[in-house]
Design a protein around this ligand. Structure first.
Ligand code: ADP
Length: 420
């Protein structure tokens, strides 16, 4: 091995080192993913060929236990959902499509969990679909918020085909060599997991709102109180529209384009978010105290992306205060103001426990979370959005209690002119 390395040309050696580093970081990321990335044989038992990620928290079984002795994923699948999973898989594979299913598994301790399983078939040189690969994560909290006992499926080939494009590009960068198969696989799963995690995180908010409003609508129907129903339907369509727009905007973000920007008043934009945050706020008995600037603060932004950032900061503030049982108070202060340097700022202050010193430096790294059910994608996504808008996102611990997260944006060029 040493002899081979010593005779390698310098460039080849560097590429091999970069490749090894890339593989290592992909594997490290897989270990931190909330779900599992897998390759199963294409048989009814769904025999595990390889599995990575958070096996233990999803299934109760260690990664090693799932990887050996031809472990069958179907053994973990809830008995009532096995037929559904198999028929859905065979239908999707026969059509050459990606699959996206929700069904139940039973973990090692006997607890039922709802999972979402997304993936597609893997075809060998002869054109035969020998395996299936994808990503499975725990969606029990979401299913609890929106109950329903049926296993379900949806086709997501728009999303997955985009992931394919990115993966194909990544693959083309990798030197053809001994490890090519293995590397391409890790790379594909990395992209799949990263994008799916980000989207799941941002889309949870409108989905939770939809579920709550649907339940409220049901109660009104049962009580034959029809007069408020139109308002409920309005809210449902508003939040469903928001979910759709978020997916679209995240895709745009991945493409790094500037489409969708327009001149908007930061005051009005923030006021809308505070209204939208009502679901979190009401269920947690939180007050959001909003103070806007006296004049319109015009910024040239992608409105949904900036609202997404503000919502995320408010949601984090709620979490921080909830973690202390609101012992320092239950008010979040949101301020919109002009800074001395001419930038416009939105700040969100809470009275939670403040940012832990141990995590402060790496707070914006993907997957850093101190929460049991956290994903650690909110702040990195927020940072990417604000940076792409020419602004800054930062935080400080308040002198009394809690933390303040603030982002600033450059004024739109026509702001001064139109404000006189
Ligand atoms: P998540 O909310 O899923 O953990 P984020 O990227 O939004 O992901 O946040 C990462 C981490 O930053 C949180 O787990 C928490 O430790 C810390 N954090 C974010 N906001 C606050 C806050 N307002 N107060 C204290 N810590 C915070």
């Amino acid at each position: 091995m040493n002899t081979v390395t010593a005779t390698m040309p310098d460039q080849t050696h560097k590429r091999a080192a970069a490749r090894a580093e890339r593989l290592e970081s992909a594997q490290a990321l897989l270990e931190q993913m909330p779900g599992v990335a897998y390759r199963f044989a294409n048989n009814t038992q769904r025999t595990v060929l390889s599995i990575h990620g958070n096996c233990e928290s999803l299934t109760g079984h260690a990664q090693k236990a799932l990887s050996k002795n031809n472990f069958a994923w179907s053994e973990l699948t809830h008995g009532d959902d096995r037929d559904f999973v198999n028929s859905e898989l065979q239908l999707s594979l026969a059509a050459g499509e990606a699959f996206d299913m929700q069904y139940r598994i039973v973990d090692k301790s006997g607890d039922e969990k709802w999972v979402r399983d997304r993936g597609r078939g893997v075809v060998d040189d002869t054109g035969k679909c020998t395996a299936v690969q994808g990503y499975i994560d725990d969606i029990s909290p979401l299913r609890t918020a929106a109950p329903g006992t049926q296993a379900t499926s949806a086709r997501v080939s728009s999303l997955l085909s985009q992931m394919d494009d990115i993966t194909a590009y990544a693959k083309s960068q990798i030197e053809i060599g001994r490890q090519r198969e293995q590397l391409a696989h890790a790379d594909r799963l990395y992209t799949l997991g990263e994008m799916a995690t980000g989207i799941a995180h941002e889309i949870n908010q409108p989905l939770a709102a939809i579920s709550l409003f649907a339940q409220a609508g049901n109660r009104l129907l049962e009580a034959r109180e029809y007069e408020n129903l139109p308002e409920i339907f309005d809210k449902l369509s508003q939040h469903a529209h928001r979910a759709g727009t978020i997916v679209e905007r995240i895709q745009n973000l991945a493409r790094r384009n500037d489409h969708g920007r327009k001149v908007a008043d930061l005051n009005a934009l923030t006021r809308d978010v505070v209204d939208l945050a009502e679901v979190d706020a009401q269920t947690s008995h939180i007050d959001v105290d909003l103070k806007c600037a006296p004049e319109p603060l015009k910024v040239n932004v992608d409105v949904v992306q900036i609202q997404q950032v503000t919502l995320n900061l408010i949601r984090n503030a709620v979490d921080a205060m909830r973690a202390l049982d609101y012992s320092h108070g239950n008010t979040i202060q949101v301020r919109v103001e002009e800074l001395e340097d001419g930038f416009f700022q939105v700040s969100v202050s809470d009275s939670g426990g403040g940012v832990d010193q141990a995590v402060a430096e790496s707070l914006f790294d993907p997957f850093l979370t101190t929460k049991q059910a956290g994903l650690g994608m909110g702040l990195p996504i927020s940072m990417a959005i604000i940076t792409a808008h020419g602004g800054k996102l930062h935080f400080w611990n308040n002198t009394s209690k809690g933390a303040t997260f603030a982002f600033s944006l450059p004024p739109s060029p026509d702001n001064r002119a139109s404000n006189g």
